[in-house]
Design a protein around this ligand. Structure first.
Ligand code: ADP
Ligand code: ADP
Ligand code: ZN
Length: 212
């Protein structure tokens, strides 16, 4: 079960990927979380990507492809994985195919840009494990603390309204065309991302044949 979650920034990919990972017992792979970890660790990769990430720009394809190829080759991915936030360009999608990283399902979470801009102002992420929360729609049990790991919740620098608008533009320009790419191979399912977190989860499970 190798699957891709597509969707604009804030569409709910990370939230749904975590729920799917628990249910299906396969890892959720978030390139955004991996890159934020790299920045927090002060690694060479982290230094290379900071300007792109803070500015809401895409990190170059070669860097992304190398971290993803390494990650899916790990033993815990042998029964499948959920890709959250990758591929984001046609070149990344083609490279996954060329590397023989087969994909079974592609789910695109659709949501209007103005709803996203409102969602992002309430997003809080765990600075330790990357879990995603929302102050109203998905609050943690204790304010400011991650339910999963007890880590501290923070606002992402790139969730500032102006940067969100830039990320949305880049999504429409560079990532949305991937829907056509995966529609051609019959793998794409388009779902309404504006439903509640639980309802989106149910529709994903239905789309991948896990629920009847
Ligand atoms: P969101 O969940 O809001 O869509 P992510 O956490 O997936 O955001 O990504 C945050 C940032 O990390 C992006 O704006 C970009 O700079 C970088 N990034 C993550 N994944 C990729 C990717 N596949 N290709 C290029 N850049 C990426
Ligand atoms: P992405 O990974 O696509 O950028 P997230 O999963 O981080 O998106 O969700 C963005 C924000 O919206 C977070 O604050 C999250 O808690 C919240 N959120 C996610 N799904 C929903 C939903 N169905 N309804 C309302 N808020 C949601
Ligand atoms: Zn955490």
């Amino acid at each position: 079960m190798n699957m891709i979650l597509l969707g604009a920034p804030g569409a709910g990919k990370g939230t749904q990927a975590e729920l799917l990972a628990q249910r299906l017992s396969i890892p959720a792979i978030s390139t955004g979380n991996m890159l934020r970890d790299a920045m927090a660790n002060g690694s060479e990769l982290g230094k290379q990507v900071r300007t792109y990430m803070d500015g809401g720009l895409l990190v170059p394809d070669e860097l992304i492809l190398s971290i993803v190829a390494d990650r899916v080759a790990q033993p815990d991915c042998s029964n499948g994985f959920i890709l959250d936030g990758v591929p984001r360009t046609l070149a990344q999608a083609e490279a996954l195919d060329q590397k023989g990283i087969g994909i079974d399902h592609v789910v695109s979470l659709e949501i209007d840009d103005d709803v996203i801009e409102r969602r992002m102002t309430g997003r809080r992420v765990c600075s330790h494990c990357g879990s995603s929360y929302h102050i109203d729609a998905h609050p943690p049990k204790t304010a400011g603390i991650c339910d999963q790991c007890g880590g501290e919740l923070a606002v992402r620098k790139d969730d500032a309204p102006e940067t969100v608008r830039r990320r949305l533009e880049i999504y429409h320009q560079s990532t949305e065309p991937l829907k056509d790419y995966y529609a051609r191979s019959g793998k794409l399912r388009i779902l309404d991302g504006s439903q509640s977190i639980e309802d989106v989860q149910q529709s994903i499970l239905k789309a991948i044949g896990d629920l009847v």
